[in-house]
Design a protein around this ligand. Structure first.
Ligand SMILES: [Zn+2]
Length: 268
């Protein structure tokens, strides 16, 4: 969307973070030394470029560490143009190609486009079922999605309703729909067995409790954003992206120069 440049910062300045809770969550969230080996991580986002703004550094870090990351894009961003000559069909092609390029830069293995209409996402049962289907097909250990509780940030940014809808529907798909055998029995009839996602990271979160050092991945985060040329054009977003990550680092001291933060859940 054309308003992506005002996307929510990775964390809210007002968010109070309890140091002990952060450490507990960090230990739990450490993907590098668990005996289970590499994890499969599904990043479910509303639009092309959402992941690059709010979690690209972390995605690059996870792929560096040998984890498998798959993107699931609910829309292809077909409304993100003010050009009167541009049609939604042409824009879909461009934005999907840009998203694939960005994903490649970050080491993402696959990108799935669910082709929902941009700017019309609703967190209804139908969307929940479609995301449940994808989760049962992909069987991720970890799901990353948008924080559905963010309605606005400060006085300059109203969160895009698609971002909230994507987060809401994805959380509901993870718990309980993907896990529960008798929910959406039509999926079971398709041969899609229940699947339990073990961890969730909410990106762009209102009350983050996990900080991830992305200092070594910052250049690739910037490159992945540059791949979205149709949206970002000549805008020099680099100072803003560096500033967000610096401010987040200041809110979570001791984690590096550049940080992305998340609300984290470890499910039983
Ligand atoms: Zn967006």
């Amino acid at each position: 969307m054309s308003d992506e440049k005002r996307e929510a910062a990775p964390s809210e300045p007002s968010a109070a973070v309890d140091a002990e809770a952060v450490q507990v969550a960090l230990d739990a969230a450490d993907t590098s030394d668990e005996p289970t080996g590499p994890k499969k991580i599904a990043v479910v986002m509303a639009h092309p470029d959402d992941a690059e703004f709010i979690c690209a550094g972390t995605v690059a870090r996870w792929t560096d560490e040998g984890n498998e990351v798959i993107y699931v894009l609910l829309t292809s961003g077909d409304k993100g143009s003010d050009d009167p000559e541009m049609t939604s069909e042409k824009l879909v092609e461009t934005r999907e190609a840009e998203q694939r390029d960005a994903a490649r830069i970050l080491g993402v293995k696959e990108v799935h486009f669910m082709k929902r209409r941009d700017a019309e996402l609703e967190p209804n049962l139908e969307l929940r079922r479609e995301i449940t289907r994808v989760i049962r097909q992909l069987k991720p250990d970890v799901v990353v999605c948008q924080d559905p509780t963010v309605r606005w940030v400060d006085t300059q940014y109203i969160n895009h309703p698609d971002h909230r809808a994507a987060g809401e529907a994805t959380l509901a798909a993870v718990f309980p729909s993907a896990r529960d055998r008798l929910t959406f029995p039509e999926l079971l009839r398709e041969g899609l067995e229940p699947h339990k996602v073990r961890e969730i990271y909410l990106a762009g979160a209102q009350s983050p409790d996990v900080a991830i050092d992305i200092t070594a991945q910052m250049e690739r985060k910037l490159d992945s954003l540059r791949a979205h040329a149709s949206q970002l054009g000549d805008w020099d977003f680099e100072p803003m992206i560096r500033q967000w990550a610096k401010e987040t680092a200041e809110q979570h001291p001791g984690n590096g120069e550049y940080v992305e933060s998340f609300k984290y859940f470890k499910l039983d």
